[in-house]
Design a binder for this molecule. Structure first.
Ligand code: AHR
Length: 515
């Protein structure tokens, strides 16, 4: 991103006057104090049998004219490899609590066609099932995360699925797996016991769900498992307390606790367009995204109380922006475009997750392709990489790096009488000792100078920067058009010993790497 001449002069002046002491925007990074690892699984994904996420998104089938590897689109594989997806959650979402896994194994032409009664009432031909999903994960080098059907399934069905996938012993299930072409077990670690069991997963009470959770978890036995309990709605702290309390004497059965939060612009009945919005919508999208910080803090407080040894991971296994579907598309398919606004909120969310890495062990953006805040959009043989995709590409440097604690003081972003902090940041040190500082300026009107003190950083010899921004807040990438939003080189920063001065343009996401 280059600034016009007047701007460049201003940047020059800003760089001279800014220092950690006198800038209104300052960040202190404790470069010598990191203890927590930012789990790579925070950069996780979610693929549900919903709209065109699986069919047309990942899967076109082996006989498709669209180039594919064993039925999975090659362009999707190549794009996703750019962001190193560490984990993929499947088959839902709400779909999971209607899914009977044995419908999706064996010869594809003999699999039953069913109705996807949750999403659009369309025919699900089950051509993408357990083998295809696990093949996809192997191709991408991602860990699989499978959600079990508690709502309309049985304990036996769930136990059989785990045995089919994970066991190396001889049994009817492993014989069936071998007959279907897979000799070796896959060793899937992450298993969710139901999804949103307070709602689409069975409309249960927390007391009833926790008993069911314990019952299911007891019989999921093959392999070293990480069993994840369903959370309540994002504000249902009673649900969280109940699950934690009622599992206190059964800690061997629970390794993770799921939490979902979506940003809706002005409420569930006023989600608004993904591309046609004004500053009022922009502001409220940012404000509602920042609510995640408060929700996580309260959940973490409850978990710290019940699990002070920090053994249960908080799994934010659905998050992202939820807008109105694109005009003319199936309302049950949740297809939305993705603009610079999505990129900025993705950075806000990821900064929050990084900074809570002590407890947050996984996060899965909803969803990978063609659904909600997607990484990729496909139409026939075309593919678009969204602004959100580029944030995941920029932020992948934080995967499995050591979180560096930071304190931040910044000016507010004002809109009418309302204010929210304009700058958000997180920082990490990777295995090679390189430091990565990621920031975003959510104010769409003002550029912001930030003085970053790198306390205890030692000698640095090299630096580089990258930026995601655009002139319009609703800039997006579209089929057959040159990209409007992607990653560009960023030069508007200065490093002098322990002081890094960064000039953040309005509505931008930046990462500076120091070696
Ligand atoms: O991601 C779309 C849906 O949102 C999921 O199926 C469900 O779990 C959530 O309510």
């Amino acid at each position: 991103m280059r600034f016009p001449k007047v701007f460049a002069l201003f940047i020059g002046l800003s760089l001279v006057v800014l220092n950690a002491g006198d800038s209104p925007n300052s960040i202190r990074i404790h470069a010598d104090q990191g203890t927590e690892t930012i789990s790579r699984h925070i950069y996780g994904h979610f693929a549900e049998h919903l709209g065109n996420c699986i069919y047309g998104g990942f899967w076109v089938g082996e006989n498709s004219p669209i180039p594919n590897t064993r039925g999975i689109r090659n362009d999707v594989i190549a794009a996703l490899k750019e962001i190193d997806p560490p984990v993929i959650r499947w088959p839902g979402g709400c779909f999971a609590d209607t899914y009977h896994w044995q419908d999706g194994i064996g010869p594809r032409d003999q699999r039953p066609a069913i109705i996807n009664s949750t999403w659009g009432g369309v025919t699900e031909d089950n051509s993408f099932g357990t083998h295809e999903f696990l093949d996809l994960c192997e191709i991408l080098g991602a860990e699989p995360y499978i959600c079990i059907n508690v709502g309309s399934g049985t304990v036996q069905e769930a136990a059989d699925w785990v045995e089919y996938v994970n066991s190396g012993n001889q049994s009817p299930m492993t014989d069936l797996r071998k007959a279907n072409g897979r000799e070796q077990p896959w060793h899937v670690k992450f298993w969710a016991v139901g999804n949103e069991s307070w709602g689409c997963g069975g409309n249960m009470t927390p007391e009833y769900y926790t008993d069911l959770f314990k019952r299911y978890s007891t019989y999921l036995r093959a392999g070293e498992l990480y069993r994840i309990a369903s959370g309540g709605t994002d504000q249902d702290y009673h649900w969280t307390e109940t699950v934690l309390q009622k599992t206190e004497n059964y800690r061997h059965l629970i390794q993770g606790y799921s939490f979902h939060y979506y940003t809706v612009c002005h409420g569930w009945d006023k989600k608004g367009s993904a591309t046609q919005f004004d500053e009022n919508d922009w502001f409220h999208t940012m404000k509602n995204t920042l609510v995640m910080e408060e929700r996580l803090q309260r959940h973490i407080e409850l978990m710290d109380k019940s699990d002070p040894e920090n053994r249960i991971g908080l799994m934010v296994d659905e998050w992202g922006n939820w807008f109105d579907v694109e005009p003319g598309t199936n309302p049950g398919f949740l297809y939305q475009q993705n603009t610079l606004r999505d990129a900025v909120t993705a950075a806000l969310y990821l900064n929050i997750f990084n900074n809570h890495a002590r407890r947050v062990k996984m996060a899965n953006i909803a969803q990978t392709i063609n659904v909600l805040q997607a990484m990729l959009l496909t139409r026939d043989d075309q593919l678009v990489k969204t602004p959100t995709f580029y944030v995941f590409k920029m932020y992948k440097v934080h995967q499995d790096a050591t979180l560096l604690p930071l304190e931040i003081n910044c000016e507010p972003y004002r809109y009418n009488d309302l204010t929210i902090p304009a700058v958000s940041a997180s920082a990490s040190k990777d295995a090679s000792g390189n430091i990565h500082v990621s920031l975003c300026n959510i104010d769409p009107n003002r550029n912001v100078g930030v003085a970053v003190e790198l306390r205890g950083v030692g000698k640095l010899t090299k630096s580089s920067g990258s930026i995601i921004t655009a002139d319009a807040m609703n800039a997006y990438n579209d089929f057959g058009q040159p990209e409007q939003v992607n990653i560009r080189k960023f030069l508007d920063y200065k490093l002098k010993k322990e002081l890094l001065t960064i000039f953040l343009p309005a509505k931008s996401v930046v990462t500076v790497t120091l070696e």
